[in-house]
Design a binder for this molecule. Structure first.
Ligand SMILES: O=P(O)(O)OC[C@H]1O[C@@H](O)[C@H](O)[C@@H](O)[C@@H]1O
Length: 281
């Protein structure tokens, strides 16, 4: 355990990866790993854990952490570079912190350039407030003379649930929305007819234009609003339903996604802002 700054400590997980432990006077806390700038835990002021890490996750840096609010950047995948991009399997740099918030940055290095040689710079801020966990990802094109680059970005968020059968995902915009069903072969575009999504089979769906999901958990008697305030226009729902090794019954991925490619000209920035707001049911 290493004190980085007054009140802020960098702790070491059993597998050797380092993380920041944030706390808030309301009683809430969060863990953010340096590897992937991944938020692997958010315990709200009432003591409810909202974020999951899969039991089969590798916690030693040998592959991205399968859990947390995992960044997919610069590609959501599949695509020309590795599935979900590289941002989740590199160490980010800590640039600012206090008891309740931390900011990381990510800049190109030889490893990332070999996959995607673009003049980007990312910042990711995570902060606890009285009633929420707030995140802001900023992607900058730092080369004023560049022609611009395209990217996708997502938080591949793993949420902890009491059980998948006790969980629903709702929100004003699901009913009537169009989704890409990636479980279909080939993937098929369908229309959602439900207001509330329940999961009883494997799911891998991209809901286009849905950005206001609410996770309701009858077991926890609580709900989590996933507020995508900026940038993340689409929602992906992923569940490896039935896969015991992945611990399918204890999590669902409700992902905040910029699925359509974003074009960033030289000097421009893109912001993805997502907050988690827990409430009673
Ligand atoms: O294990 P990871 O990298 O967290 O990814 C989980 C899943 O994420 C989904 O989005 C992909 O469609 C799956 O193929 C993948 O298995």
């Amino acid at each position: 355990r290493q004190t980085v700054r007054m009140g802020v400590t960098l702790e070491e997980d059993a597998g050797g990866l380092k993380y920041v432990h944030l706390t808030h006077k309301s009683g809430s806390s969060a863990k953010v790993f340096v590897y992937g700038a991944d938020v692997t835990s958010y315990v709200d002021a009432q003591g409810t854990e909202w974020i999951a890490v899969r039991p089969d996750a590798k916690m030693d840096g040998s592959k991205p952490i399968s859990g947390g609010l995992s960044h997919c950047f610069p590609q959501f995948g599949p695509g020309p570079i590795q599935q979900h991009g590289f941002a989740r399997n590199v160490d980010w740099s800590m640039v600012d912190m206090d008891e309740s918030s931390v900011t990381f940055s990510l800049d190109p290095n030889d490893y990332t350039k070999a996959m995607w040689d673009e003049p980007f710079s990312c910042f990711f801020k995570v902060g606890l407030t009285e009633a929420a966990l707030e995140t802001v990802l900023t992607v900058n094109n730092v080369d004023l003379k560049s022609e611009g680059f395209e990217f996708q970005a997502a938080l591949h968020s793993y949420f902890d649930v009491s059980s998948i059968g006790a969980t629903t995902i709702s929100g004003d915009s699901f009913e009537g929305s169009s989704y890409l069903d990636k479980m279909a072969d080939p993937p098929a575009t369908c229309t959602e007819t439900r207001k509330e999504i329940t999961i009883a089979e494997e799911y891998d769906r991209v809901y286009k234009g849905v950005s206001d999901p609410v996770l309701k958990d009858e077991g926890k008697k609580r709900q989590l609003k996933i507020l995508n305030k900026q940038g993340y226009k689409d929602t992906v729902i992923w569940s490896p339903y039935g896969n015991e090794a992945m611990g399918f019954n204890k999590f669902v991925c409700v992902e905040s996604v910029a699925f359509d490619k974003v074009t960033l000209a030289g000097g421009e920035s893109w912001v993805g802002e997502m907050a988690l707001v827990p409430e009673p049911l």
